[in-house]
Design a protein around this ligand. Structure first.
Ligand code: ADP
Ligand code: ASP
Ligand code: MG
Length: 494
C-alpha cells in the first residue's frame, strides 16, 4: 500500500484503488471528433482505472464571460443570443455523439442548464452587476455541459462512466474566481465519493475548474484551472499519475504559437514546470504542480491529437546538465516604482506588503535597492488606491505594457555563461529589471511588450537552434557564488 503523502489524508483503500487521472482541456473536447478521440484514449486506459476531469469546450468559458459582461452592461439581448449559439453548439456535438434515449436525455439536460443560464443573465442585467460570485455561477456551467457530453459519449460506447459533481468534492474557500481548496475536506470527499466508484469498476467523469464552498456556493479555481482540479484529484486519490491531455506534444522549449520550431521537453522537474507555469506558460495552470509535488504524483503532458507522442514527464527529480529547458514570457505586466519620501526603512517594506495584501494584489517579482523598490504586477487596477494609501510614505509610479521573459532550467544560475548568452541574444532590445537568483532555476528580465515576441524568438534560436550553443555547459569550479541572489532594477526612471 502506498503511504498517505499529504497532510490530512487518510490511507488509500489499498492497491486495488490505484488510479490514473486524465484531464482533457478545451481543445480535446471541442467537438464530436475530439470527444471521439477522448473515448478511445479512455478505453485504452481502462485497466488503470481512469478518473476523468474535463474542461469546457474550447472558447466556451470566454463566451460565457462575454455574455455575463454584456448582460451587466445592459445588452441582455446580445447576451441571450450568444447563449443561443452556445446551446446550438452543444446540441450539435451531442447529435454527433449519441442517439436514441441518451440523446433525448442529454437535450433535456441542456434545456435545463440553458434555462438556468438565461435566468442568471436576466439577474445580472436586472442588478446591472456581474459580481465574482455570479461569475462563478455562470462560468462553471461550461464544465457541467462538457462533462455531460463526455459522460454520454462514453456510456454510448459501453464504458461504465458515472457523472460526479465537482461541487461535491472540491471544497474551497469563498475567494470567488480564484478559490483555494480546503485540503482536508476536499481529500476526504474525494476519497469517500470516488473510491467506492472505482472499486465498483465505474469511471468517474467530473468537470474541472469548479468547486464549492462548505455551504455549496459554486466557486472556480481561476482561469485555466482544470489542470489544478486534475492535480487536486490526483493527489487526493494518490493516483499513479496525472495526465494533462492538450493540443501540443508536451511542455515545449517555448510556446509553439510563438516559435514554430519549439521542441518537446522529454522530462522536467516539478519545480521547473511550476516556474514555467508561474511565468506565463499557459500549458499548465500555475497552481497545478503544488498538489502533485506534495503527493509525489508524476504529471504527464500529452497531445490528444497525437497520442503516440510520449509527451513530457514531470517528476520530483531528474538528471540535470544545467541547460536551459524552456523559455517563457508573460505579457500584461506593469513595473511599479516605490520611492520613499524620506528614507527606505524596513517598516516601509512591511507597509507596502500590507497595502498590496489589503487590496488582494499579488506581486510577481520584487527588487530592492537602497533608494527604492521596484515591483512587477500583472494588473494595475488597484494601483491608484495603493498609491493613495502610501501617500506621505512613498511616491508610487508605474508603467504598464511590459512583458517578463524567463529562462528556466535546474541550476542555470550556476552557469554565468547562460546569462551572458541570453543578453547577447537580446542585444538591442531594452532590458530592465534583470532578476537572477530568487530561485536556482530561473533568469528573468523585463522588456517592452512590443518587443517580447522578438526577444523570445532570438533567445530560442540562441539556446535551441544553433548547434554548439545549447551544448551542456561544464560544472562550475566553485559553487559558493550561487548562494547570492542577484537582482537588479535597471534604468527605470533614473
Ligand atoms: P488546454 O485547453 O488543453 O488546457 P491551453 O490552451 O490552456 O490548453 O494550453 C495549451 C497551449 O499552451 C498550447 O496550445 C500552447 O500555445 C501554449 N503554451 C505556452 N507555452 C507553452 C510551452 N512552453 N509548451 C507547450 N505549450 C505552451
Ligand atoms: N474552462 C476554464 C477556462 O477556460 C478552465 C480550463 O479550461 O482549464 O478557464
Ligand atoms: Mg489550459
Amino acid at each position: 500500500m502506498r503511504q498517505a503523502r499529504m497532510s490530512g489524508l487518510s490511507e488509500p483503500g489499498g492497491e486495488g484503488e490505484e488510479c490514473l487521472v486524465m484531464k482533457f482541456g478545451g481543445t480535446s473536447v471541442q467537438d464530436a471528433a475530439a470527444i471521439g478521440r477522448l473515448c478511445q484514449l479512455v478505453r485504452r486506459a481502462l485497466p488503470q482505472r481512469p478518473v476523468l476531469v474535463v474542461s469546457a469546450l474550447a472558447k466556451v468559458t470566454d463566451q460565457l464571460m462575454n455574455a455575463g459582461w454584456a448582460a451587466g452592461e445592459g445588452h441582455l439581448e446580445a447576451a441571450r443570443e450568444s447563449l443561443q449559439h452556445l446551446r446550438q453548439r452543444h446540441e450539435a456535438v451531442a447529435d454527433g455523439l449519441v442517439g436514441g434515449d441518451k440523446h433525448d436525455r442529454l437535450h433535456n439536460e441542456f434545456a435545463r442548464e440553458f434555462d438556468a443560464l438565461a435566468a442568471v443573465l436576466s439577474r445580472i442585467a436586472w442588478e446591472k452587476a456581474f459580481t465574482p460570485h455570479v461569475q462563478d455561477q455562470l462560468l462553471g456551467v461550461g464544465e457541467s455541459l462538457s462533462s455531460k457530453l463526455v459522460h454520454a459519449a462514453l456510456r454510448s460506447e459501453g464504458v461504465e462512466a458515472v457523472l460526479v459533481d465537482p461541487r461535491e468534492c472540491i471544497i474551497t474557500d469563498a475567494a470567488h474566481t480564484r478559490a483555494t481548496p480546503l485540503w482536508d475536506e476536499t481529500n476526504e470527499r474525494l476519497q469517500s465519493l470516488l473510491i467506492p466508484l472505482l472499486k465498483s469498476g465505474q469511471i468517474p467523469v467530473m468537470g474541472g475548474f469548479v468547486g464549492a464552498t462548505r455551504d455549496g456556493i459554486p466557486t472556480t479555481l481561476g482561469r485555466g484551472g482544470s489542470d489544478f482540479s486534475a492535480s487536486i484529484v490526483g493527489a487526493g486519490l494518490h493516483a499513479r499519475r496525472i495526465e494533462i491531455w492538450t493540443d501540443v506534444d508536451g511542455v515545449m522549449t517555448t510556446d509553439p504559437a510563438l516559435c514554430s520550431d519549439a521542441r518537446r521537453v522529454a522530462r522536467m522537474t516539478f519545480d521547473e514546470a511550476a516556474e514555467l507555469a508561474y511565468f506565463g506558460a499557459k500549458v499548465l495552470h500555475p497552481a497545478t504542480l503544488a498538489p502533485a509535488m506534495r503527493g509525489n504524483v508524476p504529471v504527464w503532458v500529452l497531445n490528444s491529437r497525437n497520442p503516440d507522442c510520449p509527451g513530457t514527464e514531470i517528476v520530483a527529480h531528474c538528471e540535470t546538465d544545467g541547460r536551459v529547458k524552456a523559455i517563457t514570457s508573460k505579457q500584461g505586466v506593469a513595473i511599479v516604482d516605490i520611492e520613499p519620501v524620506r528614507w527606505f526603512a524596513p517598516e516601509l517594506l512591511r507597509e507596502v506588503f500590507d497595502v498590496f495584501e489589503r487590496h488582494e494584489h499579488s506581486l510577481d517579482l520584487l527588487s530592492a535597492s537602497r533608494g527604492s523598490l521596484a515591483l512587477l504586477v500583472s494588473s494595475v487596477t488597484a494601483l491608484p488606491a495603493i498609491a493613495e494609501e502610501l501617500k506621505g510614505l512613498a511616491h508610487v509610479r508605474w508603467e504598464n505594457h511590459k512583458a517578463l521573459v524567463c529562462l528556466v532550467g535546474e541550476q542555470i544560475r550556476r552557469r554565468p555563461e547562460i546569462a551572458s548568452q541570453a543578453f547577447r541574444a537580446v542585444a538591442g532590445i531594452d532590458v530592465r529589471m534583470i532578476c537572477q537568483g530568487a530561485s536556482e532555476r530561473n533568469i528573468s528580465f523585463l522588456v517592452d511588450e512590443s518587443r517580447v515576441v522578438e526577444a523570445v524568438r532570438r533567445l530560442h534560436h540562441s539556446f535551441f537552434s544553433v548547434p554548439g550553443l545549447s551544448a551542456p555547459v561544464p560544472e562550475p569550479a566553485v559553487e559558493a557564488s550561487s548562494s547570492h541572489a542577484m537582482c537588479q532594477a535597471e534604468g527605470a526612471w533614473q
